[in-house]
Design a protein around this ligand. Structure first.
Ligand code: PBG
Length: 329
């Protein structure tokens, strides 16, 4: 591997000038590497700040066009829609997930009608934005039921596909749901709708600000440890990915991102499948708060995002994706 030695070999030689550093750079980022999450709320003409996420907002549907216009202009390949459902529409079974007039369904239709296939739309498949207990599935005696939940998720998937969603992203961690969703999509002529499985999703404290953003934070009873993964485990991540690929996932997600950078790398090396990293809300807020307080320079954002590329991620879901002009330059 090492082909020479000091003093004839000097690695600093190629670091001396900017042109030379650029010449030998091994990893880089472009807007095509990003997915922009968008939080939705009911109402009109609102851009509502989210207390736990500096510079991230919830938008009413009439504000969507300007966001999507900008995303397309900046060459982002995909957006991800997340609804903040009004409390009065939540119940214990997450019924609102199956309402064809819910926020997400209206948003998909609006965007598809106006922008056709100029940009991809990704939607979560899970019940947590719609349940009064804040869990991703049906709850019975403190346990999230697997097979019963899948039955609802299949219908949620089908509905979102009918509305025009391009990429379904099951984020619920039920066993076997990817296969069941694939089967249902294929049976209903949605063979071309993709599945991005949240294959490796850890039970994580890094999701706190997101739960605030979608309004499930105060509601969540207990934790999600009986379905999301234990952060002590890495072999288990490979088993999850292997299963989801077998069941028909087109891409897999690792989430959270930076604290699980080792997992991104092993998944990529083992499976050679498109791997998406989710730089989650807690990661975002930690960085942004540090920067906003002046404790740390904003160049830390690029440094952090490049780590995902080095590890082998194909793309990154990031709340910074609407400000890449300032970050990537
Ligand atoms: C819900 C979901 C969560 C996130 C994406 N989809 C939260 C959770 O599982 O509690 C987290 C995203 C983030 O923190 O940015 N299934």
């Amino acid at each position: 591997m090492i082909t020479g030695k000091y003093p004839s070999l000097r690695l600093r030689r190629s670091r001396k000038n900017d042109w030379s550093r650029r010449l030998i750079e091994e990893n880089n980022l472009s807007p095509s590497d990003f997915i922009l999450p968008i939080f939705l709320i009911e109402g009109k003409n609102k851009k509502q700040p989210i207390k736990s996420m500096p510079d991230v907002y919830r938008y009413t549907l009439d504000k969507l066009s300007s966001l999507v216009d900008k995303a397309i202009k900046n060459k982002l390949p995909m957006i991800a829609l997340f609804p903040n459902t009004e409390k009065k529409k939540k119940d214990f079974k997450g019924t609102e997930a199956l309402n064809e007039n819910n926020l997400v369904c209206r948003a998909i239709q609006l965007i598809k009608k106006k922008y056709k296939n100029e940009i991809g739309i990704m939607c979560d498949v899970a019940l947590d934005p719609y349940t009064l207990h804040g869990h991703d599935g049906l709850l019975k005696s403190g346990y999230v039921l697997n097979d019963e939940t899948i039955k609802v998720l299949i219908n949620q998937s089908l509905l979102q596909a009918e509305m025009g969603c391009d990429v379904l992203a099951p984020s619920d961690m039920m066993d076997g749901r990817v296969g069941e969703i694939r089967k249902t999509l294929d049976k209903n002529k949605f063979q071309m709708v993709q599945i991005l499985s949240y294959a490796v999703k850890y039970a994580s404290s890094y999701y706190g600000p997101f739960r605030d953003a979608v309004g499930s934070k105060g509601l969540l009873k207990g934790n999600k440890k009986n379905y999301q993964m234990d952060f002590r485990n890495n072999n288990e991540a490979l088993r999850e990915v292997a299963l989801d690929i077998k069941e028909g996932a087109d891409m897999v997600m690792v989430k959270p991102g930076l604290p699980y950078i080792d997992i991104i790398k092993t998944v990529k090396e083992n499976f050679k499948i498109p791997v998406i990293a989710y730089q989650v809300s807690g990661e975002y807020s930690l960085l942004s708060n540090g920067i906003n307080k002046g404790f740390i320079d904003k160049s830390i954002i690029l440094e952090t995002l490049i780590a995902f590329k080095r590890a082998g991620a194909n793309a990154i879901v990031s709340y910074y994706a609407d400000r890449l002009d300032k970050i990537l330059k």
